[in-house]
Design a protein around this ligand. Structure first.
Ligand code: HEM
Length: 202
């Protein structure tokens, strides 16, 4: 029975002309980031518990993604998609001319953006944890940072700047995904859900 199931799976994979690119860690991690970032962004002080827990989960996902970037599957590894800013710029220029090489994994511009987003997401989460410790004497850093509560306003600013810049990056990220999907005639959003992309043109 197992052999039949394996045979059918191989047939489906080779007949539908698609290959598996994004593993479950990447996909579940991605959509969890989307959910938690927007939940945290729109709750703030009004629903502090939801805000804080979304932030913790977001921070955990960022941490896992950083580790996965070194030990994960082929297309998830940083070594597979991190290229120079020059390559990223070249890709974007080509994209605006309605051409540009198609990549099975992340394209060079996506690669740079992903790294920058992960850094800003981490900055947002860490500054939030510091602020929570100073403002409410709560959270994992409370005992370390509570004595410095006088710099609470500074950390409030830092947390706000990080979260707003992250929102800006997310806007650029979504615009990039849509433009790239259009130029390559491939729905990258669906690919981030199913994990599969067309195999030709790699
Ligand atoms: C808070 C909002 C978002 C954040 C923080 C975010 C972050 C990321 C990150 C970190 C990756 C890399 C995935 C990985 O390799 O693990 C990624 C890829 C991707 N994201 Fe987002 N994302 C956000 C919103 C969205 C939305 C709303 C969409 C859909 C319109 C989207 C579509 C995609 C797609 C299609 C990719 C794969 C790009 C490619 O094919 O190279 N993202 N995103």
């Amino acid at each position: 029975m197992n052999t039949v199931a394996a045979y059918v799976r191989v047939q489906v994979q080779s007949n539908d002309n698609s290959i598996k690119v994004w593993d479950p860690v990447v996909r579940i991690g991605h959509w969890t980031l989307v959910l938690t970032f927007f939940t945290a962004y729109f709750t703030e002080d009004d629903f502090l518990t939801a805000h804080v827990w979304s932030g913790y989960v977001l921070g955990g996902v960022v941490l896992c993604r950083l580790v996965w970037g070194f030990f994960g599957t082929r297309y998830a590894r940083f070594s597979g998609f991190v290229r120079s800013p020059v390559a990223a710029l070249g890709y974007v220029t080509d994209l605006f001319r309605n051409r540009g090489q198609r990549y099975i994994g992340h394209n060079p511009a996506g690669g740079v953006m992903i790294l920058v987003m992960l850094v800003f997401l981490a900055g947002t989460a860490v500054s939030g944890i510091v602020l929570y410790g100073m403002e409410d004497s709560a959270g994992p850093l409370a005992s370390w940072v509570a004595p410095y509560a006088e710099s609470e306003h500074l950390w409030e600013e830092i947390h706000e700047v990080f979260s707003n810049l992250t929102l800006l990056l997310v806007g650029l990220h979504i615009a990039g995904v849509l433009l790239s999907s259009y130029v390559h005639r491939e729905n990258l959003v669906v690919a981030m859900m199913t994990g599969r992309k067309k195999s030709e043109g790699a």
